[in-house]
Every structure is written in structure tokens, then in C-alpha cells.
Design a protein around this ligand. Structure first.
Ligand SMILES: Nc1ncnc2c1ncn2[C@@H]1O[C@H](COP(=O)(O)OP(=O)(O)OP(=O)(O)O)[C@@H](O)[C@H]1O
Ligand SMILES: [Mg+2]
Length: 332
């Protein structure tokens, strides 16, 4: 039985014996977890020095979504492979970063790209002072140092490149740097016991039927089969979303609620393919900042969102939504 399986079995035994309580989780995250899990808060000295700068700061304005946080913490605690799927700007990347901030784990994020080569991921030979030396890529460094790696928008990377991680993405798996000179011993990387890999994407790795996420690739089913947990992370309920805005921009008061109402109408239109640009929490926060800075809800909406709309038909639909919510014509 490999180490991860042993740890998992031990965890279940402890849970059965009721030796694990949720106290550590509640102390750290401020609410009871929605699944049985513990939450180990590390010390900076638990990590190699090269990883200290990668431990994120807690964002006091970030509101932890309870279910997704509970499941992600469980996945990280027990060394499972977690995949987070959801619409753009819904908070997938920030969730992983903020969970790491609370658990004081180094967090390394890199984005999948269509032109990504295994060398940029795993490492390559470089010439230094006349000598040819091997330099680990950021991914390899993170694997060795026990970081939580967020492979963001991983479906942008061609499936054959992602396949280079297949062995690593198995419990007890290893990383083999096939391009590194030397013997197999030099090429074999045994992951740090705290190394974790989390993937996040707008699609489920099976392509994009909506044509909304250009550049995504259908992934090999053996790659997708390696996820232990898939979290669906959608937009939060309107009250929580309004809370996110007012926590950061308290001056907006009730304005936040109207903004969410408009966002909901736009998202519904987007869902029905009547509107081609969505209004995500990211856009809402950006709109809120300008609304506060300029003291002008309408102008800030136009420059944040409205000007992105590609056709008169969509602009007229959004003007209608704006009038419904704010009882006022959008003057553009
Ligand atoms: N729960 C939250 N509390 C506070 N702010 C949030 C929350 N969720 C999202 N945000 C804000 O929304 C912005 C977008 O979040 P993030 O980049 O994590 O989304 P994403 O789902 O990863 O988007 P994409 O699919 O485009 O990569 C963040 O910068 C953050 O400020
Ligand atoms: Mg993201």
C-alpha cells in the first residue's frame, strides 16, 4: 500500500473512532466543514526556503464558499487529485489560493497554454558560464518542494503535453524527467509528501459545446480519469455575492444588490446564448470600484461591461435589463 493510501486509511480509522474533531477546521476557516476533514495549519519552517515566498497572504475580503472550501481542504489533507470546474470569474483560482493562505501552504499557479512545451513545465538544458546544465521547470521545483500546484485552465494545454504528468497523477506516482541527461536515477523525481496538484478549468476537459471558451482542448480520457474529486464551482448565491462587493466597497450599500440583479439577468441571457459576454464576480468587483471612485453607477457600468458587447441587438437587450433593474435608461 503506498503512503497516500496508508494516510487515507488512517484518516478514515480516526474518523470512525471519532478521534478527529472538526475543531481545527472551524478555528481556521470560521465554519464547520460540510464533510469530515481536518485542517492542518502549517508553519513557514515546514517548507524549504525557496517556497516561503509562495505562501499566499489571507485576503480579508475573500468570503470562503463553505462547500467548495470543505471539499478542497479534504482533498488537500488526504492527497487526492482535485479538479474545479466552473464559469469564468466565479472564484476557482482564488479559492485554491485562499485555502493555501489559511493552511500556510506554498501555492504555485501556472496557466495551461496552447504552445506549452514539456520543457517549460518540467525543465530544460541551459548554457551557463559555457557549461550545459539542467534547470528544473517551475512545476518540477514545486513537486520537489511540497507546494500546492494549481494547474489553471489546464485544458488549454494540448492533451499530449498533459500526458507527461500521467504517472505523477497516480497515488504514489513519480515524475520522470525524460529529457534530463544522466541515468534514470537522475531523472526520477519522488514528489515531496505534501505536494498536491489541483486543476481548474471552465470546461470538463471534454471540449466546449458552447463556443465560449476558445482554445480549450479535449483531454485524453485517461487524464480525466485521474481526478479523485471534481468540484463544481458556480456563481455564489446573490446575497453572498452582494456581501463580497459591500465587504470590499461598503460605500455602495444597497447599490450592490441592484448590481447583482443586473448580473443575474445578463447571466441568464448568456446561458440562453442571447448575450455573448457574461458578467462575472470579477467584473462586478471591477464595476464596483469604478462606481465608488467616480460616484457614477451608469458610466462605470458602460466602461466595465457594456462596451464589450459586440452587437446592437445585444446592447439593446442589456439596456432593457438595465432599465428593469435601475428604473432608468442607460444613456449611451
Ligand atoms: N468568494 C469570494 N470572495 C471575494 N472575492 C471573490 C470571491 N470569489 C471570487 N472573487 C473575486 O472574483 C475575482 C475572480 O476570481 P477568480 O480569478 O478566482 O475566478 P476564476 O473562476 O478562476 O476565473 P477564470 O475562469 O476566468 O480563471 C477574484 O479576483 C476575486 O477578487
Ligand atoms: Mg482562474
Amino acid at each position: 500500500m503506498n503512503d497516500n493510501r496508508k494516510k487515507l486509511q488512517k484518516l478514515f480509522e480516526l474518523v470512525e473512532k471519532k478521534e478527529i474533531t472538526d475543531t481545527s477546521f472551524k478555528d481556521t476557516f470560521g465554519f464547520e466543514p460540510l464533510v469530515v476533514t481536518k485542517a492542518t495549519v502549517h508553519k513557514e519552517s515546514d517548507w524549504p526556503v525557496n517556497m516561503h515566498g509562495f505562501i499566499p497572504a489571507v485576503d480579508p475580503n475573500y468570503i470562503l464558499p463553505e462547500e467548495a472550501t470543505s471539499i478542497l481542504v479534504y482533498g488537500i489533507e488526504t492527497g487526492q487529485f482535485v479538479n474545479i470546474v466552473g464559469p469564468t470569474g466565479s472564484g476557482k483560482s482564488t479559492l485554491v489560493e485562499q485555502v493555501c493562505a489559511h493552511l500556510k501552504r506554498p501555492f504555485v499557479r501556472f496557466n495551461g497554454r496552447g504552445d506549452m512545451e514539456t520543457s517549460s513545465l518540467l525543465g530544460q538544458l541551459t548554457v551557463e558560464g559555457g557549461a550545459t546544465v539542467w534547470r528544473d521547470g517551475v512545476f518540477t521545483e514545486a513537486v520537489k518542494s511540497g507546494a500546492v500546484v494549481l494547474f489553471d485552465e489546464y485544458t488549454a494545454t494540448p492533451p499530449e503535453i498533459n500526458m507527461s504528468l500521467q504517472w505523477l497523477r497516480e497515488h504514489g506516482g513519480k515524475l520522470l524527467l525524460t529529457d534530463k541527461p544522466g541515468d534514470n536515477q537522475d531523472r526520477l523525481i519522488v514528489p515531496h509528501e505534501q505536494f498536491r496538484l489541483v486543476c481548474a478549468d471552465n470546461t470538463r476537459g471534454l471540449g466546449d459545446n458552447s463556443d465560449q471558451f476558445a482554445g480549450t482542448n479535449i483531454q485524453n480520457s485517461a487524464s480525466l480519469n485521474r481526478f479523485d474529486i471534481t468540484i463544481e464551482h458556480n456563481y455564489m448565491n446573490p446575497k453572498i455575492e452582494a456581501g463580497i462587493i459591500t465587504k470590499k466597497h461598503p460605500e455602495l450599500k444597497d447599490g450592490a444588490e441592484y448590481m447583482i440583479k443586473l448580473a443575474t439577468l445578463i447571466r441568464n441571457g448568456y446561458g440562453k446564448s442571447e448575450i455573448s459576454v457574461t458578467l462575472s464576480p470579477r467584473n462586478l468587483l471591477s464595476w464596483a470600484k469604478k462606481a465608488k471612485d467616480w460616484g457614477d453607477m451608469e458610466k462605470s457600468f458602460v466602461f466595465t461591461y457594456y462596451n464589450m458587447l459586440p452587437s446592437d441587438q445585444e446592447r439593446s437587450a442589456v439596456k432593457g435589463f438595465y432599465k428593469t433593474v435601475f428604473s432608468k435608461n442607460l444613456e449611451v
